[in-house]
Design a protein around this ligand. Structure first.
Ligand code: GAP
Length: 444
């Protein structure tokens, strides 16, 4: 993980937030390449979940909802983790995760393992961030930053069902920031307090829910594979009864083998009719489906939910590679071309040569209309290649002496390092085809 954090920092993917003020524990800002990578993850999710289907529509609900939403959903009463404090080292731990934590004084020991440790009794700590709406600061103005996007979908069920001209099974998809006051954030972006969820609530006739639950586990697993994540690093783990959330009758995690071990990448839950029933009872508005013949039922919900951050880390870990080429170390990010922040680099071999620069700039102008490409004329060509390798750019086009003679360029493949020559006029079509080709990581 340290190597990933260092690369993200060095190449401007991710910065510690508010760094000039000493940071803001486990909060991060995204630089240029981080933004591009996140945009690609988000748009590939949207393509798969909305654009490529007839049965899912999009929604963008507010972050601050009526607080009654969170009472009805069970978050005010039950969205808690058990917390213990150590009176000696003043650190806080999750009582149910002590085996994964380190003692503040003796990091090789667990909290509570040494005679110095003085842990308090566990108490429940609500993970929702509170805020005030309006000028008055009293109980009546208390509101919450949403801890999941899902509730914004449930409370809009009636609006969407009436207007979207869909009948169950159909889904509502939403991408947006969620906030949780995690007791023990950490492991870079893996557990943060502010993250971007991509959630889809799929409403189905009750008797069909087991089938759709299985279907969505498989669909989502396939999607993670389509991002290039290695099959050997992905698995599905079904939750035991004691592990499931209060609303769920079945949950499976799609797990990735992060450097910290197998951990949840995405969750797929069968939420039954819990949410629609709760909001019906609490709001008095019936959230149900009425068939043309008048039959009524409360749809059951299958929910695949993932954050961009967990995918971001998985892609970085899966893509990071080191090798020795021509007796020199090479660090390369073997990202699937579809997620790579920059699709191609355009490099004039001799930056002082005005003709080369002009040709390179013209090629950049042509390609940037369709893709994120990068022109770079700073420094030795070898160093420029290595920079592109580290940000995961799959192809580099070099404009050299021969280009000036016969209008051909060299294209270099990030993974194989193979080079070939192409007519400059054919680069756009070549790149379009290359980016569409099936891709598999050469990493073992
Ligand atoms: N609506 C259901 C829900 O929110 P969850 O398992 O608590 O379920 C769903 O969260 C997904 O959100 C997780 O699978 C994970 O990808 C992501 N996630 C949850 N907490 C996170 C955190 N603190 N930091 C980054 N991602 C998080």
């Amino acid at each position: 993980m340290d190597k990933i954090v260092s690369l993200c920092r060095r190449r401007g993917f991710v910065f510690p937030s508010s760094e000039i003020y000493g940071g803001m524990g486990s909060t991060y800002d995204y630089g240029h390449y981080g933004v591009l990578l996140k945009n690609n993850i988000r748009s590939l999710w949207f393509q798969a979940m909305v654009q490529a289907r007839d049965d899912i529509v999009a929604l963008d609900s507010a972050i601050i909802l009526n607080p009654r939403v969170w009472e009805a959903s069970g978050h005010v009463g039950g969205f808690t983790d058990p917390l213990v404090d150590c009176r000696t080292c003043k650190l806080r731990f999750r009582a149910d995760r002590l085996e994964d934590a380190s003692c503040g004084r003796r990091p090789s020991k667990r909290p509570g393992e040494t005679s110095d440790c003085d842990l308090t009794e566990a108490r429940q700590f609500n993970l929702m961030f509170k805020t005030q709406v309006g000028a008055l600061e009293d109980e009546s103005s208390t509101a919450y930053l949403r801890p999941e996007t899902a509730q914004g979908i449930f409370v809009n069920f009636k609006n969407v069902a009436q207007l979207a001209r869909r009948k169950p099974p159909f889904g509502i998809a939403q991408v947006g920031k969620s906030f949780r006051n995690e007791i023990t954030p950490g492991n870079f972006l893996f557990r943060v307090r502010e993250f971007e969820q991509m959630e889809m609530e799929f409403f189905v006739p009750p008797e069909e829910s087991p089938r759709w639950y299985e279907y969505w586990i498989e669909q989502r697993l396939q999607w993670h594979r389509s991002l290039g994540l290695r099959d050997s690093q992905l698995r599905v783990r079904e939750h035991g009864e004691e592990e499931r959330s209060h609303y769920s009758s079945a949950t499976s995690d799609i797990e990735y083998l992060y450097p910290i071990g197998w951990q949840e990448l995405e969750g797929v839950a069968n939420r039954g009719d819990f949410d629609l029933t709760q909001h019906t009872q609490s709001s008095g508005t019936k959230l149900e489906w009425v068939e043309q013949d008048g039959t009524r039922y409360v749809p059951h919900v299958i929910e695949p939910a993932v954050s961009i951050e967990r995918i971001f880390v998985a892609l970085m870990v899966d893509g990071y590679d080191e090798e020795i080429v021509a007796e020199r170390d090479r660090t390369v990010l073997r990202l699937h071309p579809a997620v790579a922040p920059v699709k191609a680099a355009i490099l004039p071999l001799i930056p002082r040569n005005g003709d080369m620069v002009a040709k390179a700039r013209a090629l950049q102008e042509e390609l940037r209309l369709r893709w994120m490409v990068e022109y770079d004329d700073g420094g030795q060509i070898g160093r420029r290649y290595r920079r592109q390798d580290e940000i995961g750019t799959p192809f580099a086009f070099t404009i050299d002496d021969q280009t000036l003679e016969d209008d051909t360029v060299t294209v270099r493949d990030r993974d194989s390092l193979a080079q070939e020559r192409l007519p400059i006029g054919g680069v756009r079509d070549w790149l379009g085809e290359a980016l569409e080709r099936p891709w598999r990581t050469p990493k073992a």
